[in-house]
Design a protein around this ligand. Structure first.
Ligand code: 6PG
Length: 472
């Protein structure tokens, strides 16, 4: 028997993706050096479509050609090691897929190395965690278009389906485009998670609400226009008891956030491409700040305690907080899409932003109701330079800006940190400024460094001997 698809790495993600293929009638072979993982795969495979291997040679021999083999192993050196181990067994035309969260520059290098030897290499973003892999993830494949068509039927079958039945997978673009788009997805994920964390902080510290009341707010938000996977899981987190106790597990968890790097990479690349995404930057910075527990404890003793937010009407305040979340959620996506626009031009990815919004509507971590609005905006105008310039989005934003200002000014006055909320609002206020104060920055640069400046309505660059002028 020949298998249509091979999977290397039968950890939870790899195993679940293969089981998903098996459910759709595809015959798949899985490889893991740990033979117990292959055994587990076969045991969980109710359809008897899958087989586990712990030796490379028979695994490769079991695959139909051209072979399509996906690696789901931790990003970094392990990916290179697996490729080196596989290469001697592969034939020209075979397709190798990296389904992990690899840095797109590593993917670029691998594409070059492997394509030059006659193989196809795919950097493929897979979002949705273990559950998504099992029941339908959002899939972002980048690489050679002809090779994509070989895998298309399998990927479309296993991908999540949006409400309209459309599969959440599309050909993203050449080279590392798939991994790039997945990285930006994760950047947006960091931003939304930070905004939810800040909402929790405002309700907990500012309004002194208990977990039960906070749970109800998140659940209510998730029932409305804010509907998204991250709020959906958050409302459930606020129901989950610490095993064997009467209190919630969330209260026992250390307030130090970890990260595997995709958020940081998004910010780093955004700075390289000069596409500002301050909401994501702030989310990365706050995960880092959270790790300085000892310093924070010391500082908390030196600087006086956080006072309560003074609200006359709590319901009104919470309604405004919902508006602030909606507003900043829009800003988070807008920044991510702007980064994709810049990257598409710089790296010649030819990204179709409507298609990307479309495949993010289900399966992935940042799926939300609002993605339908993003999809509509880029469908109306595929060349839309910035999401905030879309007429539909403009209306949505205008409705919620006043509430956002109101709730954030009270939050700031009370001394509660809401850096992603405020960074998003300030980004918006700067973005909607026809004239920014950057003329002063230019004057300063020319003053101390003779870096020159440009003048309104006059061609060329200019320099002034500023010292002489101010000495007059
Ligand atoms: C997804 C997630 C997934 C992973 C994150 C976690 O789309 O399914 O983004 O890829 O859970 O990379 O990232 P951190 O460990 O950096 O929070």
């Amino acid at each position: 028997k020949k298998y249509a698809f091979g999977m290397i790495g039968l950890g939870t993600m790899g195993r679940n993706l293969l089981l998903n293929m098996g459910d759709h009638g595809f015959a798949g072979a899985g490889f893991d050096k740990d033979a117990s993982k292959g055994a587990l795969l076969e045991q969980e495979d109710k359809n008897k479509n899958l087989k586990g291997f712990s030796e490379v040679e028979p695994f490769i021999a079991s695959l139909s050609t051209p072979r399509a083999i996906m690696m789901l192993v931790p990003a970094g050196k392990i990916v290179d090691d697996v490729i080196a181990e596989l290469l001697p067994y592969l034939d020209k035309g075979d397709i190798l897929i990296d389904g992990g969260n690899s840095h797109f520059t590593d993917t670029n290098r691998r594409v070059e190395e492997l394509e030059s030897q006659g193989f196809h290499f795919f950097g493929m973003g897979v979002s949705g965690g273990a559950d998504g892999a099992r029941r339908g993830p959002s899939i972002m494949p980048g690489g050679d278009k002809a090779a994509y068509n070989v895998m298309k039927p399998i990927l479309e079958a296993i991908a999540a389906k949006a409400e309209d039945g459309e599969p959440c997978v599309t050909y993203i673009g050449p080279g590392a485009a798939g991994h790039f788009v997945k990285m930006v997805h994760n950047g947006i994920e960091y931003g939304l998670m930070q905004l939810i964390a800040e909402s929790y902080e405002i309700m907990k510290k500012g309004l002194k609400m208990d977990n039960d009341a906070i749970q109800k707010v998140f659940a209510k938000w998730n029932d409305g226009r804010l509907q998204c996977f991250l709020l959906d899981i958050t409302k459930d987190i606020f129901l989950f008891k610490a095993p064997g106790t009467d209190h919630l597990l969330i209260d026992d968890i250390k307030d130090e956030a970890r990260a595997k790097g995709t958020g940081k990479w998004t910010s780093q690349v955004a700075m390289d491409l000069q596409a500002p995404i301050p909401t994501v930057d702030t989310a990365v910075a706050m995960r880092d700040l959270s790790k300085y527990k000892q310093l924070r404890v010391q500082a908390s003793e030196l600087y006086s305690d956080v006072p309560v937010i003074n609200v006359d009407d709590k319901e009104q305040f919470l309604a405004e907080l919902e508006q602030a979340f909606y507003f900043t959620m829009i800003i988070s996506y807008a920044q991510g899409m702007h980064l994709l626009t810049n990257a598409s031009a710089e790296y010649k990815y030819d990204l179709k932003l409507a298609e990307i919004a479309k495949i993010w509507r289900a399966g992935c971590i940042i799926r939300s109701k609002f993605l339908y609005d993003i999809y509509n905006a880029y469908t109306k105008d595929s060349g839309l330079a910035h999401l905030l310039l879309d007429g539909g989005v403009q209306k949505l934003v205008n409705e919620v800006v006043p509430g956002t200002r109101s709730v954030l000014s009270k939050t700031i006055a009370a001394g509660i940190a809401a850096p992603a909320f405020t960074a998003s609002l300030s980004y918006f206020d700067a973005f909607r400024s026809a004239r920014m104060p950057s003329n002063l920055t230019q004057a300063q640069r020319d003053f101390f460094g003779a870096h020159t400046y440009e003048l309104i309505g006059k061609e060329g660059v200019f320099h002034t001997e500023w010292m002489a002028k101010t000495n007059n």
